[in-house]
Design a protein around this ligand. Sequence first.
Ligand code: ATP
Length: 460
Amino acid sequence: MSQSRKKSAAPRKIPQDLLDALLNNPYEGLILVDAQGIIRHMSSANEGIYPFTPQESVGRHIHDVSPKSRMDRTIRTGKAEIGRSMILDDKTRVVARFPLSKDGKVIGAAGKLLFMDPGKMKELYERITHLERRLEKYEDELAQIYRTNYSLDSILGDSPDIIQAKRLAEQAAGADSPVLIMGESGTGKELFAHAIHGLSQRGSGALVKVNCAAIPGELLEAELFGYEEGAFTGARKKGKAGKFELAHGGTIFLDEIGDMPLPMQIKILRVLQEREVERVGSNRPKKVDFRLICATNRDLPKLMRQGLFRQDLYYRINVMTLKLPPLRDCRDDIFPLFQHFSRILGREKTPPKILPGVKEILEKYSWPGNVRELRNVTERALIVCRDNTVSPADLPDLSQQEVLPQVIEEKASLKALMDQAEKKIIEQALVQASSRAEAARNLGIHRTGLYQKMKKHGIE
Ligand SMILES: Nc1ncnc2c1ncn2[C@@H]1O[C@H](COP(=O)(O)OP(=O)(O)OP(=O)(O)O)[C@@H](O)[C@H]1O
């Protein structure tokens, strides 16, 4: 460290010239009175505001200089008044008054004109009002998007199970209790969560989603509850709000709750009971007001029997239950869904023509990736089809059960057969998952491993 930066060993007293400069700075009008209300200092910026000059004012009682002053009240009550307006010199001024204490005893008070020019305050006020109006407009627009995009009307299907789930979702929207949505991957659990939130009284609030399976256990706590500054190495400078805090006034959607590690389950249970969260590294609990929606594709009762899911948490989250059927159990919905996705995903103005044979192939398939897979298959067919006409040839090979028998019939080396099978399995996993990360997870391999294999097989 250079000599000039070395910490001075001088006494810790503030130099008098610095204090004088502060007390007489031209940016604020400052008055100091003692416990009897006698003015002991009036800064030069007050010149022209009172009937006396700053020099003449010192030694007089505050009421002799400013009859309407409330500084005597500040001394009596010991309470600060910040941001009050006051007419001085025929102008509205914004003032702050606060007591000055020593050893717990009020020894005087300070009065400050915060803005010599109240025009600045007006400018600030107008900016805030303008921002508030814009915020309101965006909130309205957001609520509108939720209502239209995520209403129950956007959930298609006439099978009795879907109709029943929609009926229950409507009831759940009217209540504020926890909802558990169960169903295989791609059956529309998130879609239902959006619809329930959008229709509920919290619809204009946030819907905060947490994918419990995608966040490593050791990061989940910080993600859900937030952390204070310096809570751990790598923590953000100013700390971070957790998902529960962000969902205040809205809904928190815990997706894949069945994958939540046991120690976190206890913490979630506590939040549900006490309705308050404590950031990591803090011991100040904060009240949070949220509605809980959970989803899982795991068999929670089975997980409970295996000791992997807490029973008390299960009963807490399972107040209303929606069971979404797999697509293979709703055969009659498959083709209407395909037509719907063709209409909304098609690039032409007119909906694509669908040739005979397509319906039969779609209905025969077992759709392990459910509606998501059907949507992806439709999207792909629309890209490869010609003249806005979808033919059976535009569909991928949907005989997935025959992936292995098919390749084994061919005469090739084991390595080549295994390569072919790997390519098919990867293609299928990509169609069934909503993202490459999810496909990698489903295949039980790392994302970079999946990218390497995609490159190897020339998969886009
Ligand atoms: N009944 C339905 N009507 C229209 N679209 C649907 C329906 N069900 C699902 N979808 C569509 O399928 C896709 C997958 O749905 P969603 O993400 O809600 O499934 P999920 O059950 O939450 O899946 P995961 O468990 O993998 O997270 C979305 O594009 C969604 O819009």
